[in-house]
Design a binder for this molecule. Structure first.
Ligand code: SF4
Length: 346
């Protein structure tokens, strides 16, 4: 079906209400950029879910990174984390005050720095979902092979399956993230359908997103739980076994805290005990750190799909992309940033 046909079919849908949660920050932004929300009829609602890795990283993690920076570690991070508020300050604030905090595009850049500066302890802030975790593991593999002992990870890696289960009541179907599913494969999602959780894997072009939405509408009309892969050019049933094997070599599932959602069982990944020498928490003997989120920020409700960002009283007034109060406004993939950037009227 071409794009015009898809648009017509979607616009003319007149059945029962359907709530679709897009579980991917890239989808959230592409949906806004392409104007997909404005196409949807009243009875099809898109809800932004917890698919932005920076947004779901809890305040305590930023505080841990700040703790390490203040202990003298050279902290390397993806750029989005720099402005995420910790309990009292951001990593950008710490850098302004003299801490060594650097932005990198890959953990391998941090490793390269560690190899050149053997008198410094280098910590990479390892956050993200199934798509980014393998790159941390490649850095670890290289560090292990080359005996780099001044490099470690501060992990907050997460996996999506438990989030799909935890958020199941928030929507009738998920728009599953294409790039995460390209790694994990589709088998677990097929099993979720057997448990009553529906969804369709979507790519990122206008046609791919509209195809997935149309597929959801058609499947919802039938009334039974479903799983469909509408991104077959990239997503295969078996996923990427090489990436999965690499991650399984270094990491093990743990219970993990998601900002605003709470602790989800087995939804995170941490280093296996045998790789403790690369674990920044152990290396620095870090105490348990409890973060304090700004009570006025409704990121938690936004991430659960309970409210739209524009319903937060701070949205666009106190909290903007230039002066973000919460993680969802900081990250390029955050729902608040998308609503702010593209306007709330869509
Ligand atoms: S608009 Fe700002 S304060 Fe409100 S939920 Fe989003 S990030 Fe938090």
């Amino acid at each position: 079906m071409d794009i015009e046909e898809l648009k017509n079919k979607i616009v003319n849908y007149s059945g029962k209400n359907i709530r679709i949660m897009e579980v991917c920050g890239t989808h959230t932004h592409e949906i806004f950029r392409l104007g997909v929300r404005s196409l949807l009829p009243e009875n099809v609602k898109l809800i932004s879910g917890p698919g932005c890795p920076v947004c779901v990283t809890p305040v305590s993690y930023i505080d841990e990174a700040l703790y390490l920076a203040k202990k003298g570690a050279a902290v390397f991070t993806f750029g989005d984390l720099m402005r995420v508020p910790g309990s009292d300050e951001t990593l950008s604030d710490a850098r302004r005050n003299g801490a060594k905090v650097e932005i990198v595009y890959s953990p391998l850049d941090a490793l390269k720095y560690a190899k050149k500066h053997t008198n410094e302890e280098v910590v990479f802030l390892s956050v993200g979902f199934e798509t980014t975790t393998p790159s941390s593991c490649i850095a670890l593999k290289n560090a292990e092979k080359e005996n780099v002992n001044n490099f470690s990870l501060l992990t907050a890696n997460k996996t999506m399956d438990e989030a799909y289960l935890a958020m199941a009541d928030s929507a009738d179907a998920y728009l599953y993230p294409g790039h995460v599913t390209a790694i994990t494969g589709t088998e677990k999602l097929e099993k979720l359908a057997q448990k009553g959780i529906s969804g369709v894997v979507a790519g990122f072009t206008a046609k791919e997103i509209l195809t997935a939405i149309y597929t959801i509408i058609e499947e919802c009309k039938k009334g039974s739980p479903f799983f469909q892969n509408a991104y077959k050019s990239v997503v295969k049933k078996e996923g990427n076994p090489g990436a999965v094997k690499l991650v399984n070599r270094y990491m093990t599932p743990i219970d993990s805290e998601w900002r605003g959602i709470g602790v989800l069982k087995n939804s995170g990944l941490d280093l296996k005990d045998e790789f403790a020498s690369f674990d920044a928490r152990k290396k620095f003997n870090m105490p348990k750190i409890e973060g304090k989120a700004n009570p006025a920020c409704r990121c938690g409700d936004v991430l659960k799909g309970a409210i739209e960002p524009s319903s937060c009283p701070l949205f666009g007034k106190v909290c903007t992309t230039a002066h973000p109060i919460g993680a969802c406004m900081v990250s390029a993939e955050g729902a608040c940033a998308a609503f702010y950037q593209y306007g709330v009227s869509q």
